[in-house]
Ligand binder design. Structure first.
Ligand code: ATP
Length: 357
């Protein structure tokens, strides 16, 4: 697949503090890309640099093989959808969408019948037929999101950047708009780069997921690889589904404050040593249960459980005061009710742990 956008060692600092330390990646055409990172990792800065609202201090950005240095934002052919949608409140749905087309700096469209036809097609594409004359103050949040998208897409950008596009919507609408956005992207065939702080959104939407950590790409891979094989303890932490231990690899053990975990062979190269076991890879057994030689056990005092539809998440206090989480999927069997403050064995297979060293 051809490369649409390539960043090489892009860096940007504010007042001597790096927001982007050194960013390298290449994005394929016709794909949905999620950009995931915690608050302050540089996501918005990265989008602004790609869009041309900020110039990088160093490094290069190539769009369809051409360097973008000094190219004005409106001349880049890159659309931008803002988190708060930035619609004109006094204009109708149609006029909001037409605005970008009539007023763009390069090649504005002045023929009314052409504008009307393009806007009509675009409103149909994003599912807003019938709402053409409504004021944008008289439509729902999800519909406003679609107007913002239509207004960007009508200018036929070669790529679209979306900054937390679902952040302003309620939880219900957010999950509906995930599949809407993916469908709309498939219809128009351009690459979307979607910034989000939500790991579930990033994994659900991205054909490829970029994980940003302290101004660097910590991992770029498919959702499946990111989820099952995070490249570092930092990536595992952002996924919110791993218990993590700091410590060191000593001979064939990982030694942490909580205990010494025997290792199986594979060790992943990473900037920091760490040990990770996914919440749903852990079994909760009675305190007096025995384990096999292939298993690892730690003890924890039950704190509480949280029911979340398809799963129950149970929390345990470890000897060092840390909280350890176990996810039991209800498609297996429902776990018994655990007794508060009672001690249980928390057991996993050696081979299920990820060990970074
Ligand atoms: N205009 C600015 N002036 C000074 N510092 C800035 C500016 N913009 C961003 N920063 C700093 O750069 C770093 C990265 O910020 P950025 O907004 O890109 O992060 P983010 O990942 O988008 O965060 P969030 O998810 O909270 O929006 C932060 O430390 C931030 O304080």
């Amino acid at each position: 697949m051809s490369t649409v956008l390539q960043l090489k060692q892009v860096a940007k600092s504010y007042g001597g503090v790096p927001a982007l330390a050194s960013v390298d990646f290449a994005l394929p055409g016709d794909a949905y890309i999620s950009l995931l990172g915690p608050s302050g990792s540089g996501k918005t800065t990265l989008l602004r640099v790609i869009a041309g609202f900020e110039e990088p201090d160093s490094g290069s950005i190539l769009f369809h093989g051409e360097r973008l240095d000094g190219v004005e934002p409106h001349a880049r052919g890159i659309g931008f959808v803002f988190q708060n949608f930035a619609l004109f409140p006094h204009l109708s749905v149609t006029d909001n969408v037409a605005f970008g087309l009539r007023n763009r700096k390069i090649d504005p469209v002045t023929d009314v019948s052409v504008v009307n036809a393009r806007v009509r097609d675009m409103l149909a594409l994003v599912g807003l037929k019938g709402l053409e004359d409504r004021a944008v103050t008289q439509i729902s949040g999800g519909q406003r999101q679609r107007v913002a998208l239509a207004r960007t897409l009508v200018t036929e950008p070669k790529m679209v950047l979306l900054d937390e596009p679902l952040g302003a919507l309620d939880a219900n609408l957010r999950s509906r708009m995930r599949s809407e956005l993916k469908t709309i992207r498939e219809r128009c065939g351009v690459t979307f780069l979607h910034v989000t702080g939500s790991e579930s959104e990033a994994l659900a939407m991205g054909d490829m997921v970029l994980v940003l950590d302290q101004g660097r790409i910590a991992q770029a891979a498919t959702s499946d690889v990111i989820y099952n094989r995070p490249a570092s303890a930092a990536v595992a932490r952002f996924l919110n589904c791993y218990n993590l231990f700091a410590g060191d690899v000593v001979d064939d053990h990982f030694v942490s404050q909580t205990g010494r975990f025997p290792l199986n062979a594979s060790l992943r190269k990473a900037p920091q040593p760490g040990y990770a076991i996914r919440h749903d890879r852990v079994a909760i057994r009675p305190f007096d249960a025995a384990i096999s030689t292939e298993e690892i056990r730690i003890d924890g005092d039950f704190i509480a459980s949280e029911y979340s539809g398809a799963a129950i998440n149970s929390f345990f206090a470890l000897g060092d005061g840390r909280v350890f989480e176990v996810e039991s999927h209800l498609s297996h069997s429902r776990p018994p009710a655990f007794v508060e403050k009672s001690r249980y064995a928390l057991v996993w297979k050696k081979e299920d742990a990820l060990v970074f060293g």
